[in-house]
Design a protein around this ligand. Sequence first.
Ligand code: TPP
Ligand code: MG
Length: 741
Amino acid sequence: MATTKTYPKSAAVSERDVKKAGKTYEGLSRDQLIEAYRNMYLSRRVDDREILLKRQQKIFFQISGAGHEAVGVAAAFALKAGYDWFYPYYRDRALCLALGATAYDMLLQAVGSAADPSSGGRQMPSHWSLPNLNIVTGSSPTGTQILQAVGCAEVGRYLAAHPDAAKKADGDYRQFKDVKFHGDEITYVSLGDGTTSEGEFWEALNTASNSRLPLIFVVEDNGYAISVPVEVQTAGGNISRLVAGFPDFHFEEVDGTDPVASYATFVRSVAHCRAGHGPAFVHAHVIRPYSHSLSDDERLYRPDAERQRDAQRDPITRMQMFLIREGILDEKGINQLEKQVDDELQAATDRALQAPAPTPDTVTKFIYSPDLDPASSMFESQPLTPKSEGATHDGKKPVPKTMADLINATLRDEMRRDERIVIFGEDVADCSREQYLKEKLVKGKGGVFKLTSGLQCDFGSDRVFNSPIAEANIVGRATGMATRGLKPVVEIQFFDYIWPAMMQLRNELPLIRWRSYNTFSAPCVVRVAIGGYLTGGAIYHSQCGESIFTHIPGLRVVFPSNALDAAGLLRTAIRCDDPVLFLEHKRLYRETYGRAPYPGPDYMIPFGKAKVVQSGSDLSVISYGAVVPRALQAVQKLEREHGVKAELIDLRSLNPFDWDTIAASIRKTNRALVAYEDSLSWGYGAEIAARIADQMFEHLDAPVRRVAAMDVFVAYHPDLENAILPQTADLFNAMKELSEY
Ligand SMILES: Cc1ncc(C[n+]2csc(CCOP(=O)(O)OP(=O)(O)O)c2C)c(N)n1
Ligand SMILES: [Mg+2]
């Protein structure tokens, strides 16, 4: 709760009122009620002021918290600022003010100033983000905050069991990532009634219930989602009825325009969560007196009579009347308080309007970590040679290991080294019913491709566990955990099924740092089994699509072609300070090509460093992933049969990518072929080809060519698959033709 200030009470407060002074209201003192009103009134006045500024074109957007003030202030009073964690949504202005945010902070965001503490002028107003108050950066998509809040709530519990994980460590992301925890902290997350229609809301309820998390869901039900009334959004028109079956919740439905009743609701909800009994669900009925936003006119879909009915419940006027009725403040006292707020607001507005605008040269700041560059030499080390001591973890003579083996070994090494790492995803655990493992009744699964095999047995069920089949759940929770300082290394079972996580992967995870102007970050690793050439993989087990992710600023994308690179790049992915999409080609997991001895527990490869697989002088072949071994065969055949020496470059990491190696090669060969497994058009190779055409034009003796899959999904029958995906013969023919151009 914010510090309670005292306000001069009017001399007209009567004897009887003074006697009442000892009375509390569901535990709220009279001073707290005055403070509550002050925050509510201030919140409404900031909205009014922003509306005025928008009409004067001094700010560029406005969305109000009007009608939601009482429930917000009540929540703030029942929770602890800077101790509990907050994932508020855009109508939570009063909550944020009562937690300690200032009107000035808010107006700085409205004017888009460089001094805006929430985003440095990058986000719309009402996108709260204040690290010192544990108010976590929020966004605009409805509902993405909810799964992140689940992840955040999981962290307190994890750290209580692993307190050493919170310690700082040098030499990796932990050096720059402070972790705070108390053990009994609660996470608050709020949303509107319409947002309960989002699937992620239900995924979050499911996990919060199943894990009995200390998480308070607050549905601020104003009866509308823009113009759509609640009975159209929600079956039966009441969300409380629908969620009532989730176990271990404390449920309450309350008049959210009444701060005292709302406060009592939150006190009970907080007690339930703090005691570790499970999550709470507060369904608060509020009003929305100011249309959805300044871009909406609710008179188009709400008749006057309905709007007037709402106005009767306006929390500001109700609270005023309550204070007078209870003799806490008289009219003069209220006027005095309001005048004081208005004066403060005027001063804050004057200052905010003078605050510096952000300069365009700052736009690329904080897309990635400013502290740790994964392309730097810090992430470069040599593999321990087979003869070196300690090169094997089993003490036996080193044998070449598959990519699957070395990814598993890297995960094991890193988990041992860094207790902040947790691994979850579909089927990644050895066995969720751990007594079967203890009684040695089963061996354990450890992933559909066995990449995480044995890790639950080695590190425990709170570090390696199964998620529901819900990809947004996996990435959303990972984002919340990483924001608070854990290092989730999660798995998406098949690239073909990554799409439910797309909202989190495009609009959340890679943006946490940039949109909060480096005040929050979420470095974590999303491992994904990708690709075809499986013989029978068909449409839904063969997809690529890496360019969809390299198109996302803020996300590192890596795609190794062999065991050693997979180990070195995965370690860099885990130790670095950025979110990484780590693409693992299924066909390469156990391929004979590219096996390597275990390179030791510290082997790293920096991002953005290509590998010249075979050097040559006649043409450059730029590739990655499972096309690399196929291209290598073609390159060797071309030299054998035609004496043409092609240079084969394996990019290894796709964002960042190694332009220097590409350019140096083309300067030498004057011919370029880009070869990739994804369908030809609009794919990753298109960008590489465009850059070559743009920047290497004068070095080219031939057009830039591409070899890739046909523009169609991969079909089931092997004859069809072979025709669709680029084969060695296709690569050979394209190289030969290009060399003869
Ligand atoms: C995923 C997504 N879809 C659509 C929108 C556009 N949009 C913004 S707010 C909103 C309505 C939200 O209604 P509700 O959850 O009831 O919250 P309220 O604004 O009423 O407080 C919509 C559709 C969005 N921001 N995100
Ligand atoms: Mg609503």
